[in-house]
Design a protein around this ligand. Structure first.
Ligand SMILES: *Cc1c(COP(=O)(O)O)cnc(C)c1O
Length: 219
C-alpha cells in the first residue's frame, strides 16, 4: 500500500522536486516500508518523535523537521537533522547556530513565511525577514545556512486562492534571492505543497513537497 502510494506520487513529480514523506504519528514499520521502497527524505513535526525514530532506522535517512520549532528543542536534533523548515525568528536562528557550532556542523534551514489567510499559521512577513537578514547579528552567524523558503497555503478547496498563496511564496523567494542571496547557489529551495495541494505547488515552482496522508493514510 505505502509502496504503491509512493510510486504514484513520485510519478507525478518532476525530477527536480524532492519528495519528503511526512511520517508524523506513524509507526516505525510504516517508515521502514517506505524506506524499503527507496524513500530517503522523511519529515516529522515533533523533535522528540523524530529523535526516537531516527535511532531505530537506517542512518542514511535525511530527516526534515517541518513543524513549528521551540528554541529549547533544537539541541536534541542538532547532530543529525538534515533540514529545518520552520525558522520564523532570528532568536530561533541564533539557537540553531549555537547548537550546530557545538557539534561542528553547518545547519541547513528554510525561512518559514506566512502566506495563508488563517491567522493561526506561523511564519515571517517579508519585511521582517529583510530586516533581520540585514542585521549584524545575522551576518555574524557561522553555523547556519539559509537554503530557501517554506510556506503553507490556507486550508481551503479554493484552488484560485491556494495558487495565489503559492505565487506569493515564490515572489518572496525571488525577492530574497535578489536582495540577500544573489551569489549563494545553495539558496534554491521552495518548500510548499502537502497531500491536498502538491500538484498546484509544483505547478507554481515548488522544489520540495511535504506529503503525509497521501502516502501513509489518514492520521
Ligand atoms: C503534517 C504536515 C504536512 C503533511 O500533511 P498531509 O496533508 O498529511 O500531506 C506537511 N507540512 C507540514 C508542516 C505538516 O505539519
Amino acid at each position: 500500500m505505502i509502496e504503491q502510494q509512493l510510486e504514484h506520487v513520485r510519478a507525478e513529480l518532476p525530477s527536480n522536486v524532492t519528495l519528503i514523506a511526512v511520517s508524523k504519528t506513524k509507526p516505525i514499520s510504516a517508515l521502514q516500508e517506505a524506506y524499503n521502497a527507496g524513500q530517503r527524505h522523511f519529515g516529522e513535526n515533533k523533535v522528540q518523535e523524530m529523535v526516537e525514530k531516527a535511532q531505530q532506522l537506517p542512518a542514511d535517512i535525511k530527516w526534515h523537521l517541518i513543524g513549528h520549532l521551540q528554541t529549547n528543542k533544537v539541541k536534541y536534533m542538532a547532530d543529525f537533522v538534515h533540514l529545518i523548515h520552520g525558522v520564523d525568528s532570528l532568536k530561533l536562528l541564533l539557537e540553531i547556530d549555537k547548537q550546530a557550532a557545538k557539534v561542528e556542523r553547518i545547519q541547513d534551514v528554510l525561512l518559514q513565511f506566512h502566506i495563508a489567510q488563517e491567522e493561526t499559521k506561523f511564519g515571517l512577513e517579508l519585511n521582517e525577514a529583510l530586516e533581520f537578514l540585514a542585521s549584524d547579528t545575522y551576518l555574524s552567524l557561522k553555523n547556519v545556512r539559509i537554503c530557501g523558503v517554506m510556506g503553507m497555503a490556507s486550508f481551503t478547496t479554493n484552488e484560485v486562492q491556494i495558487r495565489e498563496e503559492f505565487k506569493n511564496l515564490v515572489h518572496i523567494f525571488n525577492h530574497l534571492k535578489q536582495a540577500c542571496f544573489y551569489e549563494e547557489d545553495h539558496f534554491k529551495e521552495i518548500s510548499m505543497g502537502m497531500s491536498g495541494d502538491y500538484l498546484l505547488a509544483v505547478e507554481q515552482g515548488s522544489t520540495m513537497v511535504r506529503v503525509g496522508s497521501k502516502i501513509f493514510g489518514s492520521r
